[in-house]
Design a protein around this ligand. Structure first.
Ligand code: MTE
Ligand code: MO
Length: 227
């Protein structure tokens, strides 16, 4: 099998393995999600409860914006996987490239609708790492020292991307370029800007904001903001 066929097969196995857990996540199992407006492409009300639409995409971070060039950028895959390693830009480009419009919901109540993201599905990258059976969660680390946790059932959803381009332009430094993660079905703090590493874990551990009172699960359609 060539490399691409291997990933396609690994992706199918991974999806199957997490299918039940994925179906039990709030955005797929909640029959009366809170929000307003027509349904988004996942069947959720377009604007989650307590959010308002913003016109200009705000910038929110810890105040340190690390400058990393495309050439310098690396993503380390570590923890409970059979194929740990380090991806560079070229390795990222070797995955299937996808383009998808998604909404972006910040816990501080602004929502930026309809951003067109280009990037790689995190699902494919995780499939390539060949995670251990007991892996259930990930921790994502940014070059600014940030970290945030996510269940694999959320991380493997097809709209979770490692993205480097928005609305046809390179992702800017302030929005987390050269490469960041996005989690359109969760509050946006779950998507690390300037992503540097992903660690596979067999338990849920709190990241930076989660240690400071934010929710471990972060479901916008239940205003699951704080713990
Ligand atoms: N590395 C890193 N990622 C981060 C943050 C951060 O401080 N550092 N802030 C999070 C928060 S709280 C939000 S709302 C979004 C903001 O992304 P934006 O600045 O592109 O709007 O990034 C998330 N990812
Ligand atoms: Mo946020």
């Amino acid at each position: 099998m060539n490399k691409r066929d291997k990933i396609v097969a690994a992706r199918a196995r991974l999806r199957e393995r997490f299918e039940e857990r994925m179906r039990a996540t709030p955005s797929l199992s909640d029959s009366q999600p809170l929000g307003s407006g027509p349904a988004n492409r996942h069947g959720m009300p377009r604007l989650p409860a307590g959010q308002s639409e913003t016109r200009k995409w705000p910038v929110l971070d810890l105040g340190v914006q690390p400058t990393i060039s495309q050439e310098e950028w690396r993503l380390e895959l570590k923890g409970l996987c059979h194929n740990p390693g380090v991806l560079d830009w070229q390795a990222l480009m070797a995955f299937d490239q996808v383009e998808e419009a998604s909404d972006f919901h910040c816990v501080t109540t602004w929502s930026q609708m309809d951003l067109l993201f280009r990037g790689v599905r995190l699902l494919d990258v995780i499939a390539s790492a060949d995670i251990h059976q007991e892996a259930t969660h990930i921790m994502c680390y940014g070059y600014d020292g940030y970290c945030t946790n996510l269940s694999l059932a959320e991380a493997l959803k097809p709209d979770v991307l490692l993205t480097y381009q928005v609305n046809g332009e390179a992702l800017s430094l302030e929005h987390g370029g050269p490469v960041r993660m996005i989690t359109p079905q969760l509050y946006a703090w779950k998507g690390s800007k300037w992503i540097a590493a992903i660690e596979f874990l067999d338990e849920d551990q709190p990241g930076f904001w989660e240690k400071n009172g934010y929710s471990m699960t972060a479901n916008p359609w239940r205003e699951d903001r704080y713990s």
